[in-house]
Ligand binder design. Structure first.
Ligand code: NAD
Length: 272
């Protein structure tokens, strides 16, 4: 769908990635005037044709690619010129990146990005977090946002995502926050152009690893359709923008959005 009430300029970090591209497309379809796609200089050039097609299809929107690295605050600062809102979607690959890179990009990079955003007059900031920030290894049927962030995690990626979320939500929870923030927590994203979830399951099912049964075979897990994840991000952006421009709480129930984290799901978990 096209959304109303969005900021006129938005930077999407990791904007060339699977989720990032879907978010950029939703912003362009909603008539956001200026979109900066911030990402590492890609190894291939598929983003060039994608952005050209997007600019052609949405003439009221200017989509611009800026190559940069979250580890380099000056590249972030240059990309943020003229931008009023950020969707921070970038992350190294959870399994392929080293712990040092995960920490440098997810934790330090997010902290630095927020600082630069405040300096450059960005008003709204949505973080792509992860449902793994509340998972310490035990079953969580029906878990909601009242579940606290645990002190131990199953992997270092989740440690970093939880730290980044804490930094982002703490920054936005102060009544005098310069940048209003929210975090969206998807799990197992699938949909068009997915390179991880479904291809990963197919790869596992075609090897001996697919023959393992964990537990009694009735485990449930929450996979989330990419369109729902985009919807969650855009609603968060829309509500934060309302909060930033009106000075009043942006939640439909009259509550303040800034500083909060939200799960996004498909409604019911799926058998796994
Ligand atoms: P992706 O790998 O397709 O996209 C991530 C993008 O971030 C890539 O384009 C990559 O180049 C970019 N990036 C990595 N390091 C960077 C850096 N130092 N500077 C700038 N850009 C950098 O991954 P995705 O599946 O689209 O994931 C997007 C977000 O969603 C991530 O924050 C991830 O943690 C989160 N998430 C994903 C899933 C999932 O199932 N895919 C589940 C929960 C949360």
């Amino acid at each position: 769908p096209a959304y109303e009430g969005l900021p006129e300029s938005v930077m999407v970090t990791g904007g060339c990635g699977f989720l990032g591209r879907h978010i950029v497309e939703a912003l362009a379809a909603s008539g956001v005037s200026f979109i900066v796609v911030f990402d590492l200089a890609p190894r291939d050039v598929s983003h060039v044709a994608w952005i050209a097609d997007l600019n052609k299809a949405t003439p009221g929107t200017k989509v611009e690619f800026v190559a940069g690295d979250l580890k380099d605050p000056e590249s972030v600062r240059a990309a943020l010129k003229g931008v009023k809102a950020v969707v921070h979607c970038a992350s190294p690959h959870p399994q392929l990146a080293s712990d040092a890179v995960l920490e440098a990009v997810i934790v330090d990079g997010t902290r630095e990005l927020l600082t630069v955003c405040a300096d450059e007059g960005v008003k709204s900031f949505v973080l792509t977090s992860s449902a793994s920030v509340v998972f310490s290894g035990t079953d969580q049927p029906g878990a909601d946002e009242t579940v606290p962030i645990p002190s131990t995690f199953r992997d270092f990626y989740s440690v970093c995502k939880a730290q980044a979320e804490k930094i982002v939500c703490a920054a936005g929870s102060s009544p005098s926050a310069r940048v209003l923030t929210a975090a969206v927590r998807p799990h197992g994203i699938f949909g068009p152009r997915d390179t991880q979830a479904v291809p990963g399951i197919c790869e596992v099912s075609s090897t001996w690893r697919g023959k393992l049964v964990l537990g009694d075979g009735n485990n449930m897990v929450d996979f989330t359709y990419v369109g729902n994840v985009v919807h969650g991000h855009i609603l968060a952006l829309q509500r934060l923008h309302a909060e930033a421009t009106s000075g009043k709480p942006g939640g439909k129930d009259g509550s303040r959005i800034s500083g909060k984290a939200f799960f996004v799901t498909n409604d019911e978990p799926l058998p796994f």
